[in-house]
Design a protein around this ligand. Structure first.
Ligand code: GLY
Length: 581
């Protein structure tokens, strides 16, 4: 028996031992007492290595890879593939994402495996004959799909930064989970039930996700078609996805529903290495994702605009602190709408946007007593913000001190809701992240302009903000989040909670958050963040407010000065899990 096979068996044993022991082999789990074979741990301190991901089985996949000698990048790849199985709402092979890396020696890198518009896509593809945006066309069904980037991205990351010799090992945990099944959590059951009707309407049958009308915690989800797809990727690398049978199944799925992706689109997809966005906040060095993500630029703009003010003295969520941070967020998101897009297609003025004089000038009309109306910054249309935040993030630090910060997405929950017939994985609806028409909001209420207009092969603008922070030249934080447009303000606030307000990592992550994104001109705040007196004070300053259930879901690791690693998931996702040793 070769090593790979014994590894495979070890994995099956590891995953299924708890289930075997608990004697829970029936397909129907049931109550809260159900033993899933795993439990989520929200926070812990580790000596050497740490992972935070959206699901315990995915964290375990990464941990096993590190135990086998893999580094943080190897572990992040194993987590990404495992999430495609156990966290199908956002973990994916049919979507895309970004990875920011910092090696133990301090080398940094940013990998872009964002989806691309198909060659047949065009600027007005979501407009009717009167030039109005056709609702739902960019979010639901076959036309919403961008050419997936995840598999190419994982291969690129492995080729350049992986430490293991075997790519095959990285897929083994995911294949095992797909082939043999895993018991779904209560949150996954509730989500699958919520989208059941969409899955039935949009998909060919049989489909594992519609096998049951009502899923329950503990039900066994087995995905044999996905296992076969992952096996093709395991054996052939990116060719197993972008060419051959899987590619043909994707194109057949596109043809079935009027989608645009062709075999040529798939064959032409490449991931890109970008220069990370890097800048300072006091003694900290921030390393984050450049365009086509807006994350790094907007994050650094906000940090640099807030830096001259004594927010530590003012205090966490004190009125002047919140007012200042809202005004900073408003101004940075105004630039996002106007200037940010795919740098391969549009000359994003990165240096100007981060120029200290420019940022100082942006704050010259800041009034400490009054809100600046967004219309005074730029006139674009507005619409209330919906509350759906679907993406996922993984943070990893390995025993050598290498770090990987990975955010990946299908965009909405389960992407466009289409499972590729015969191949078993969800496709993204990332085309909605383009600006379908200047000034018309997308599903996150974000507006855009020419910089983010649709063009063949172009990558849509993202808010994903995988970030790594150094302090005194040493690794300090690894963090990121799902949460659409609220990702960047969440990373901003969690960093300030630690760097300025001295909170522990766990408190910094769990603390209530707020968000302003220029348009609509309203502060979103999480339920119970503020009392009515505080909200009245904000209104008196000219702010509008809107309460929401929750915002972005941070997953973070902090490296303490003594070298220990604190890992924290977020109470906003009950399945968030930390693992390490
Ligand atoms: N799909 C959400 C984002 O990339 O910002």
């Amino acid at each position: 028996m070769n090593y790979q096979n014994s590894y495979h068996l070890a994995w099956q044993y590891l995953i299924f031992l708890p289930i075997i022991l608990s004697g829970l082999w029936s397909c129907d789990g049931g109550s809260h007492e159900v033993d899933l074979g795993y439990t989520a741990q929200r926070t812990a301190v580790f000596d050497s290595a740490a992972i935070v991901s959206a699901h315990p089985l995915a964290s375990e996949a990464g941990l096993q890879i590190m135990r086998q000698g893999g580094n943080a990048v190897d572990a992040a790849i194993a987590v990404q593939f495992a999430l495609a199985v156990v966290y199908p709402r956002a973990g994916n092979i049919g979507g895309g994402g970004f990875m920011v890396i910092r090696t133990a020696e301090g080398q940094t890198a940013a990998l872009d495996y964002r989806e691309r518009a198909p060659a047949a896509a065009h600027k007005d593809m979501y407009l009717d004959s009167l030039g109005n945006v056709i609702e739902g066309l960019s979010t639901r069904g076959h036309l919403a799909v961008g050419v997936p980037g995840t598999v190419a991205g994982m291969w690129e990351a492995f080729t350049k930064f992986g430490q293991l010799e075997s790519w095959e090992m990285l897929l083994e945990p995911a294949i095992s989970l797909a082939q043999n099944g895993f018991r779904i959590s209560a949150t996954e059951a509730a989500r699958l039930n919520r989208y059941h009707d969409d899955f039935v309407e949009l998909n060919t049958q049989p489909n594992v996700f519609t096998r049951k009308k009502t899923w329950k915690e503990g039900d066994l989800l087995v995905q044999p078609q996905l296992a076969a797809t992952l096996r093709a990727i395991q054996q052939q690398g990116p060719k197993g996805f972008y060419q051959g049978k899987v590619a043909e199944l994707i194109v057949a799925e596109m043809k079935r529903g009027g989608g645009l992706i062709t075999l040529e689109d798939l064959r032409n997809y490449t991931a890109s290495w970008r220069t990370p966005i890097e800048g300072r906040y006091k003694n900290y060095r921030i390393i984050s994702m450049p365009p086509p993500s807006s994350g790094g630029i907007v994050l650094l703009q906000m940090l640099q605009m807030v830096a001259p003010y004594p927010i530590k003295e003012w205090g966490f969520h004190a009125l002047p602190t919140v007012h200042l941070m809202v005004e900073v967020e408003r101004r940075a998101y105004a630039d996002r709408a106007a200037y940010l897009g795919d740098p391969d297609y549009y000359p994003v003025p990165i240096a100007q946007l981060l120029d200290p004089d420019y940022l100082k000038a942006k704050m010259s009309d800041f009034d400490p007593q009054r809100a600046t109306p967004s219309t005074a910054l730029q006139a674009l249309s507005t619409q209330p913000l919906p509350e759906h935040f679907e993406t996922t993030h993984t943070s990893v630090v390995d025993p050598q001190g290498n770090a990987a910060s990975v955010t990946t997405t299908l965009n909405s929950n389960y992407g466009c809701k289409i499972v590729v017939g015969g191949a078993g994985f969800f496709l993204n609806n990332e085309m909605d992240d383009f600006s379908a028409k200047p000034g018309v909001p997308n599903q996150f209420g974000l507006v855009g302009a020419e910089a983010n207009a649709i063009a063949p092969g172009k990558r849509m603008l993202s808010s994903m903000t995988p970030t790594i922070v150094e302090h005194d030249n040493s690794l300090r934080y690894v963090l990121g989040a799902p949460g659409g447009s609220t990702i960047i303000t969440a990373v901003f606030q969690v960093l300030l909670n630690q760097m300025e307000f001295g909170m522990s990592l766990d408190s910094a992550v769990q603390a209530p958050r707020f968000h302003h994104q220029f348009l609509p001109d309203v502060i979103m705040y999480e339920r119970n963040a503020w009392d009515s007196t505080f909200i009245a004070q904000l209104h008196a300053m000219g702010h509008q407010t809107k309460e929401v259930d929750r915002m972005a879901v941070i997953k973070a690791i902090a490296r303490l000065p003594n070298g220990k690693l604190v890992a924290a998931g977020d109470h906003r996702n009950p399945d968030d899990d930390v693992a390490g040793w």
